[in-house]
Design a protein around this ligand. Structure first.
Ligand code: C2O
Ligand code: CU
Ligand code: CU
Length: 567
């Protein structure tokens, strides 16, 4: 039997911060092997740009002494980090060598509906599919994970989740810490048995509360430490836990700087002493270690917080204090990185511009708007390009991290209060409190098609707390522009080519096609007497374009065939 004093003593020897909550102490008592594990160097997943992604059962040395049975992507735990530049094309082939169906979802990444990993697109065991689409969004921290309905929670839990980092020129010019000073941190909690194998057998109560682990893994590393130089570091953090929330802080209470979240940079860097992290949320954080001396250590922890959800069977309740990662100041070197004073501008949506309000009610026993998820039922039609106010409201005593595929939103308020520090800017996941209400502004202007909204407590999603919505292309004509109704585009969206129809030109007119970044990609002169034009779109990247012909304008959506899912 370990007494609290012995534990504190050993913890001090092991360099674990000495502040130990009763919950953590209780947990250590019930998990004596955790103490016998020396601190492990933080694992850093390999970096790829795409290519073959093979999902298969395998073993991995999570602990130094034994192989743990997992489900792996390319044999890596966590899954490889995908890192890609805006403007590049992401191309990958997903091979399903699991004994069950699966599909990969690129969480937070703007992808054509057919390539985005909708659960309806699962493939059978032994088969493969390819995706290829342009990266059109700004620098941001995203991740990818399986999304088969009713099996997402287990497949993610058993080891399949990786970062999907998007970089852009603006970010690279900011002088942020890079290389070894830019560290991805994937936070997960698992239940580990005495043989170092993962346990996953949620009870009804666990499905209500979400499956909570008793062991924290950072990048798949138990009891992790990172050797640090006394300089500025950047950490890109994702909460890839099935259902655990965290309240990140440093063990000495010192400040760190939040510069980004789900959708990229915030509007301004913000100093905090703690920040919340719901399942599937991401954070971009700078920590200045120059205030520490060689030999010191400081621990990234999760502070205790109160949580009203009913507890499940987990030994470590939601809101328990946890040690996540020990930083040991034991290296020399400087990152040369600087704390930016400003961040790229965010153009705010305004409530007054919303064309309509749509309410999504999350209720106990895993319903959205009173319905359990049905793969093939379309629960809502959302017009492409319209700004809408979406209201997420909870009719139960559970907390739900609400996630939307296919686009990102801006938070207006939570229960009448402004969003938290890290909830400003662009988001795709937002915490919805018990009996609470969150208003967001949402616009789908990247791709039409079928997407889902769901709770990112993965047990809730699997139990049916998910809904389908279809983003419907509108006619290509921008009704708000003068005379625009007479420039017609058929078909729209277009793949390789489309027909433009317009009133007979009385004089020569120039035709321009402008991409979403304002660059002219096609310029032609059409002669007097013409009333139609075949526009070839096979040289254009998927995305939205503005077509201008004299005083006529219209909006064209290009969805290249290579951006669709090919099996
Ligand atoms: Cu990471 Cu549909 O979710
Ligand atoms: Cu997603
Ligand atoms: Cu939920």
């Amino acid at each position: 039997m370990i007494t609290r004093r012995t534990f504190l003593h050993r913890a001090a020897q092991a360099g674990i911060a000495a502040a130990v909550s009763p919950e953590l102490f209780a947990w250590v008592q019930s998990h004596p092997r955790a103490l016998s594990l020396d601190p492990q160097p933080l694992r850093i997943p390999p970096v790829i740009t795409g290519g073959d992604l093979t999902l298969a059962p395998g073993t991995f040395r999570v602990y130094p002494d034994v192989e743990t049975n997992l489900l792996l992507i390319n044999g890596s735990f966590p899954s490889p980090t995908i890192k890609i530049r805006r403007g590049d094309t992401f191309a990958a082939t997903v091979h399903n060598q699991l004994a069950e169906e699966t599909v990969l979802h690129w969480h937070g990444v703007d992808a054509p509906a057919a390539a985005s990993g909708h659960p309806i697109d699962v493939i059978a065991t032994g088969s493969s599919y390819s995706v290829s689409f342009p990266i059109v969004q700004r620098a941001s921290i995203n991740f990818y994970h399986p999304h088969p309905h009713m099996a997402t929670a287990r497949q993610v839990y058993m080891g399949m989740a990786g970062f999907f980092l998007i970089e852009d020129a603006e970010e690279l010019a900011m002088g942020l810490p890079s290389g070894e000073y830019d560290v991805p941190l994937m936070v997960q909690d698992k239940r580990v048995d005495a043989n170092r194998q993962l346990i996953y057998n949620p009870t009804g109560a666990d499905i209500m509360s979400a499956w909570l682990g008793d062991t924290i893994l950072i990048n798949g590393t138990p009891n992790p430490f990172l050797a640090i130089a006394p300089t500025l570091y950047r950490f890109r953090i994702v909460n890839a836990s099935n259902g655990r929330f965290y309240k990140l802080a440093l063990s000495d209470g010192s400040v760190f700087i939040v510069i980004g979240n789900d959708g990229g940079f915030l509007d301004a860097p913000t100093s905090v002493t703690s920040v919340n992290l719901a399942p599937a949320e991401r954070l971009d954080v700078l920590i200045d270690f120059s205030r520490y001396a060689q030999g010191q250590s400081v621990t990234l922890k999760s502070l205790s917080f109160t949580f009203s959800d009913a507890p499940g069977s987990g030994a470590v309740p939601q809101g328990a204090e946890l040690n996540l990662l020990e930083f040991q100041i034991s290296k020399t070197g400087t990152s040369g990185g600087t704390i930016p004073t400003t961040l790229p501008a965010i153009i705010p949506h305004t409530v007054a511009d919303a064309k309509r309000t749509r309410v999504w009610t999350f209720a106990a026993l895993h319903h959205i708007n009173d319905l359990q998820y049905d793969l093939t039922r379309i629960d809502a039609h959302v017009p492409f390009g319209d700004l809408e106010q979406w209201t997420f409201q909870s009719e139960g005593a559970n907390t739900h991290p609400v996630h939307v595929h296919g686009g990102q939103f801006q938070v207006v308020d939570r229960d009448g209060n402004p969003p938290d520090v890290h909830e400003r800017g662009w988001k795709d996941v937002i915490r919805l409190d018990p009996f609470g209400k969150v208003n967001v502004l949402m616009k789908f202007d990247k791709y039409p098609g079928l997407f889902v909204i769901h709770c990112h407590k993965l047990e809730h999603a699997d139990a049916g707390m998910m809904a389908n919505f279809q983003v419907d292309p509108q006619s290509g004509v921008d009704e708000s522009a003068a005379d625009a109704s007479s420039l017609d585009i058929i078909p729209n969206p277009a793949a390789d080519a489309t027909n433009l129809h317009f009133p007979t030109l009385r004089s020569d007119e120039s035709l321009t096609v402008v991409n979403a970044r304002g660059a002219t990609v096609v310029k032609e002169t059409l002669s007097a007497g013409t009333d139609r034009y075949l526009l070839l779109t096979n040289g254009l990247a998927s995305g939205t374009y503005t077509i201008e012909l004299g005083r006529l304008t219209a909006r064209l959506l290009v969805m290249r065939a290579d951006a669709a899912l090919c099996r």
